[in-house]
Design a protein around this ligand. Structure first.
Ligand SMILES: Nc1ncnc2c1ncn2[C@@H]1O[C@H](COP(=O)(O)OP(=O)(O)OP(=O)(O)O)[C@@H](O)[C@H]1O
Length: 366
């Protein structure tokens, strides 16, 4: 595998997973600084996207000695928790969600049936009133270590659609999107021991993971009139001394392992696999069309032409920091596919995106 990223750096087959991860490491700092980040692996089938994003030990427990074989997702999770460990205790909450886009349908891979078994459940992608895209009723699991992140991912990877083609014996037939959502309290809120319920962009309320915080939240919820969300004029409670704190800030890291682009004649697929391939190719063309429209600054960008582009709308068309990894084969046999992949990268590079915008935690009078 040779990897080109959009900064123009190239990694050859001899480069280690650690060397590739060095491209990504600064983005984890950006994530905690308040930026949304999206990392996408694109390339023909069998070119090394899953190897790059997940690594060779995707379905094994994570041990430190496996680190050289790990891909971007386990390394990013480890780096994220390392950075968080340098912050004040209890200042950050991390949640993971895992989504698969298969045959232009979105599946929530972390959803469980009544017996607790992982089942991929079909979900919708919607555009919210604020114009952002969102998967409805998506399962988010709170995680407290990189090992927990990988346990969640590993436990559902078997659900991901795979089949054998002439090019790749174990080819992924779906796009996989792992999202790590980080919610952080301002230092002043941590110092005050603030225990506000987190209002997620999905509109549902969440609590801090810490048992101490959760107990405090529950006890406050038991006397709702004291809630800061109630107008003080209606509160029968003695008002606490007002102070200014910052609302929690939410940023997300999207890690995307796309299904491989492929020529039907070369991969030799037939029957139902032909439909899968056609869905993969159509969604990748839709992605390319979106990049084309953004590059030409057209007034209409066809995000809704496929579930994949609708789902990635905020990261591709918005203000996230976006890193595209292009995986290509070093073999001459795949020259046409390699040129196609580089063409995709060139298109992505032409996109005029607004400068990544830092999310500022809103000031709130308490
Ligand atoms: N840089 C690399 N070093 C060692 N092995 C690699 C490398 N890149 C890919 N491979 C191996 O090549 C095979 C195909 O890689 P991988 O599954 O990552 O391809 P892919 O692009 O995800 O394919 P598909 O789109 O069909 O799912 C795997 O066995 C993988 O371990």
């Amino acid at each position: 595998t040779t990897i080109y990223d959009l900064t123009g750096r190239v990694h050859g087959p001899e480069d280690t997973q650690d060397a590739v991860f060095e491209e990504v490491r600064p983005l984890l700092t950006s994530l905690l600084d308040g930026y949304n980040v999206c990392i996408v692996a694109y390339g023909q089938t069998g070119s090394g996207k899953t190897h790059t994003m997940i690594g060779s030990l995707a379905e094994e427990p994570v041990n430190p000695e496996d680190a050289p074989l790990q891909g971007i997702i386990p390394k990013a999770a480890a780096e994220l928790f390392r950075l968080i460990s340098e912050k004040p205790a209890e200042s950050h909450v991390v949640e993971v969600s895992v989504v698969e886009v298969y045959n232009n349908e979105v599946f929530d891979l972390l959803s469980r049936d009544s017996e607790g078994a992982a089942v991929g459940t079909k979900r919708d992608v919607i555009t919210t009133s604020t114009g952002t895209s969102e998967v409805t009723s998506l399962t988010y699991e709170m995680v407290q270590s990189p090992a927990e992140v990988m346990q969640h991912i590993s436990s559902v990877l078997h659900l991901r659609a795979r089949s054998s083609t002439l090019i790749h014996r174990d080819s992924s037939r779906s796009h996989l999107i792992v999202t790590l959502t980080v919610t952080s309290k301002s230092p002043s809120a941590v110092a005050l021991g603030e225990t506000d319920r987190l209002v997620s962009p999905r509109g549902s309320q969440k609590e801090w993971w810490s048992p101490r915080c959760r107990r405090a939240t529950v006890s406050r919820a038991a006397s709702p009139a004291c809630s800061p969300y109630h107008s003080p004029s209606h509160s029968p409670c003695p008002s606490p001394r007002p102070s200014i704190t910052q609302a929690p800030m939410r940023t997300k890291l999207q890690l995307v392992d796309l299904a491989g682009s492929e020529c039907v004649g070369v991969s030799g697929v037939t029957g139902p696999a032909l439909w899968e391939t056609s869905c993969i190719n159509r969604s990748l063309s839709a992605l390319s069309d979106v990049l084309g429209a953004l590059a030409e600054q057209r007034p209409h960008v066809p995000f809704r032409n496929s579930k994949l582009t609708h789902l990635l709308q905020d990261s591709i068309g918005g203000d996230a920091k976006l890193l595209v990894m292009l995986c290509v084969s070093p073999s001459q046999r795949f020259l046409t596919e390699t040129l196609q992949t580089l063409g995709f990268g060139a298109r992505a590079r032409q996109v005029h995106r607004p400068p990544p915008r830092r999310k500022n935690a809103a000031l709130k009078l308490k």
